[in-house]
Design a protein around this ligand. Structure first.
Ligand code: ZN
Length: 448
């Protein structure tokens, strides 16, 4: 176990993280969107175990059954900033017929815990519980206050979850400067003997847009130069075919430089930033590792829904489309101007849902400590920063001045495709991976 003397994470902590992951999976917290979810039983489950660790959790709801839980584990240094550790309690839907085991069975089979939420993110929810309960047993206090938040509604709008907490209960997060949560610090096998651990240090912004074309309604047999369907279709095609320019953010640059070095590719920061640098060529050379950055070297806008008309021989007066846009940190103005140009004069567009992009520093003491915690338990780990292509609760907590990192440590064996399991069929997590995770999390939180 490298140079770490691991006394806190005892046999009981290792048992608990597996039991809690499994039992949380069994509590069905499917979030179908539109308010159709009930996190309360899972919230009560975690709250009870926090009480068992001597904490005083509060349960908070904006809507009945949509329960959030917040608790604070006091550190020994009153001068230190607090650290937020958060996990969401809801999961995306799962269709039992598609699965090898029932998605809400939480079955532990051949050293693997199966079920919806096994990696997103009841694993991390369980790891947090296991760590603080081990601390309570051993009388351990971390340096910083650790604020623990279990949220509702992450898999939909976050309105009943982290957004509500940030808006209505900011005082519970007083002193928090950084936060850690999902989607990072798992093993990404980039080739034989090359174990990457991407740690989240940024997120693209969310720009869900509604396009509307107005035209002149009329008979389908007549001449009509103001056809709303034609106008909308032209705009949608322009958006779908648009090749967004490369925009390298600090996190993506750091990721590309580190991954180039690991692949034996000579690349300097100056070369990377030079005009005419071909990032796509570099991505090809990076092979499987390119997956970690390819969605975040550019903005994107994908048309996803069309709605117009009601009869073949009637030209409708208007037509509507939805587009899923994702915006890199620092590129908002360019994105808006590009959308104006692509939609053109005949099509209006507006945000249906708009969330900010995040950029966390990768040269920070926090990132160095996250890196060190992973390296302590996997000497072969190559930690690389990455920017998430989508969004998490960290966006909401950013409103409180909390810098978010994606850090839910898991050591996964080769062939275990974390990204495919995320929201996927047969979501599962090895027991060993949970054991690794709980050790790394304990180590990080104690050294943070
Ligand atoms: Zn998640």
């Amino acid at each position: 176990m490298a140079d770490v003397t691991d006394t806190t994470i005892d046999a009981r902590a290792l048992d608990e993280v597996v039991t809690y992951t499994s039992e949380l999976i069994r509590i069905d917290t499917t979030n179908r969107g539109g308010g159709d979810c009930r996190e309360r039983p899972a919230a009560e489950y975690v709250a009870e175990r926090l009480v068992g660790a001597g904490l005083d959790p509060v349960l908070l709801e904006r809507a009945p059954g949509r329960t959030n839980v917040v608790a604070r584990y006091e550190g020994w240094d009153p001068g230190a900033d607090a650290l937020l550790v958060h996990g969401h309690l809801d999961v995306v839907p799962a269709e039992p017929d598609d699965w090898t085991v029932h998605p809400f069975s939480g079955e532990v089979r051949d050293g693997v815990v199966w079920g919806r939420g096994a990696v997103d993110m009841k694993n991390m929810d369980a790891m947090i519980l296991s760590v603080v309960r081990a601390w309570a047993r051993h009388g351990i206090r971390p340096r910083r206050d650790i604020v623990i938040a279990y949220t509702a509604d992450e898999e939909a709008s976050a309105e009943d979850g982290s957004a509500f907490l940030a808006e209505e209960h900011a005082s519970l997060f007083e002193g928090c400067t950084e936060g850690i949560s999902e989607s990072g610090a798992y093993t990404f096998h980039a080739g034989p003997g090359l174990a990457l651990y991407p740690v989240g240090a940024g997120e693209r912004g969310t720009a869900w847009m509604k396009l509307t074309a107005q035209g002149r309604a009329g008979h389908g047999s007549k001449v009509n130069r103001e056809n709303a369907v034609t106008r909308l279709a032209a705009a949608v095609a322009r958006i779908g075919e648009h090749r967004w320019p490369v925009r390298l953010t600090p996190t993506v640059k750091a990721a590309l430089l580190e991954m180039a070095t690991l692949h034996g590719i000579s690349l300097t920061a100056a070369e990377l930033e030079a005009t005419g640098f071909d990032v796509d060529e570099l991505l090809v050379k990076l092979g499987p590792a390119a997956k970690l950055v390819e969605a975040t070297v550019r903005n994107s806008a994908n048309p996803t829904l069309l709605e117009a008309g009601y009869k073949v021989n009637v030209i409708p007066g208007n037509a509507m489309a939805l587009v899923d846009g994702r915006i890199l940190p620092g590129t908002d103005d360019e994105f808006l101007a590009t959308m104006d140009a692509l939609t053109g004069p005949d099509v209006e567009w507006e945000f249906d849902h708009n969330e900010i992009a995040l950029q966390a520093p990768v040269d920070s003491p926090t990132f160095a400590k996250l890196r060190a915690a992973l390296e302590a338990f996997d000497p072969d780990a190559h930690v690389v920063p990455f920017c998430m292509s989508g969004g998490t609760d960290a966006k909401q907590f950013a409103r409180l001045g909390i810098t978010g990192y994606g850090f839910s440590p898991l050591k996964l064996p080769p062939g275990f495709d974390y990204q495919a399991l995320f929201h996927g069929v047969d979501e599962r997590v090895p027991v060993d991976a949970l054991h690794f995770g709980v050790r790394v999390l304990d180590h990080y939180l104690q050294t943070a």
